[in-house]
Design a protein around this ligand. Structure first.
Ligand code: GTP
Ligand code: MG
Length: 214
C-alpha cells in the first residue's frame, strides 16, 4: 500500500497546469480524464489544499481575502486526473445575486460532469459546520456523491484535541455511516498521504470509499 502512495506522489509532481477556467456563463469542459472536485466555504483552504496536493506553492491562487476563487478552475495533473477548485460559498461581501449564480454554476457542474468521480468537502476543523456547510453536504449527497470530508487547518488545534474536533465535524454534518474525515494542514502537510491514497483509489476505479487508519 505504501509503495502505491510513493509511486503516485512521484507521478503527481511531474506535470501540472491550470487548463480551464469557467465563469458563470462558460461552457463546462468535456474532459476525458477523471475529475475530483474540492468544495467548501470561502477561505476554508481549498486552493491551499490543491497546491499541497500538486506540490506547488501558489499555482492555485490563495488569499487572506476570502472570495478569491470565483470561477471553476480545472487543474490538469499529468494528463491523468483533474483537480477542480470550486468557488467558495458563504462569502458575505458578495451580492445575493452573484451567490445564487455561483450556486447554480456549482450545481450545473455537479449534475453535468461526466468525469466527476469524487467530491471532497472541506470544513474548518476549529468550528462546528455552518448551515451552509450542512446544506452543501446534503446537496452533494443529493447529486449522487458521498463526499469525503477534509477537516482543514488542523495545525490550528492541538494534537490531543484532534479527535474531539473530528467528532464535532462528523456530528455537525450528520455524515452517513462510513464517511471518511481526514484532518489536514496545508502548513504541515498532515493528512496529505491519506488524501493521496483516496485519490489513488479513485484513479484505479475503486470509487471514493477507502479504508483510512485512524
Ligand atoms: P476561496 O478561494 O475564497 O473560496 O478560499 P479557499 O478555500 O481557496 O482558501 P485559501 O486556500 O485561499 O486559504 C485561505 C486562507 O487560509 C489563506 O490565508 C491560507 O494561507 C489559509 N490556510 C489555508 N489552509 C491552511 C492551513 O492548513 N493552515 C493554516 N494555518 N492556514 C491555512
Ligand atoms: Mg480558492
Amino acid at each position: 500500500k505504501h509503495f502505491v502512495y510513493i509511486k503516485l506522489v512521484s507521478k503527481i509532481i511531474k506535470n501540472v497546469g491550470l487548463e480551464t477556467v469557467c465563469g458563470i456563463t462558460s461552457k463546462l469542459p468535456e474532459n476525458t480524464k477523471p475529475e475530483v472536485a474540492f468544495a467548501g466555504k470561502s477561505n476554508v483552504g481549498k486552493s491551499s489544499l490543491i497546491n499541497a496536493l500538486m506540490n506547488r506553492k501558489s499555482l492555485a491562487r490563495t488569499s487572506s481575502q476570502p472570495g478569491k476563487t470565483q470561477t471553476i478552475n480545472f487543474y490538469n495533473v499529468n494528463n491523468e486526473i483533474y483537480f477542480v477548485d470550486l468557488p467558495g460559498y458563504g462569502y458575505a461581501k458578495v451580492s445575493e445575486e452573484i451567490k445564487a449564480k455561483w450556486g447554480k454554476m456549482i450545481e450545473r457542474y455537479l449534475k453535468k460532469s461526466k468525469q466527476l468521480k469524487a467530491v471532497f468537502l472541506l470544513i474548518d476543523i476549529r468550528h462546528e459546520p455552518s448551515g451552509n456547510d450542512k446544506q452543501m453536504y446534503n446537496w452533494i449527497l443529493d447529486n449522487g456523491f458521498q463526499p469525503i470530508i477534509i477537516a482543514t487547518k488542523a495545525d490550528k488545534i492541538s494534537r490531543n484535541q484532534l479527535q474531539k474536533h473530528v467528532k464535532m465535524v462528523k456530528e455537525g454534518l450528520k455524515v452517513v455511516k462510513g464517511t471518511v474525515v481526514i484532518p489536514f494542514s496545508a502548513q504541515t502537510k498532515q493528512g496529505r498521504d491519506e488524501i493521496y491514497e483516496v485519490i489513488d483509489g479513485i484513479m484505479k476505479g475503486e470509487g471514493a470509499e477507502c479504508e483510512i487508519s485512524e
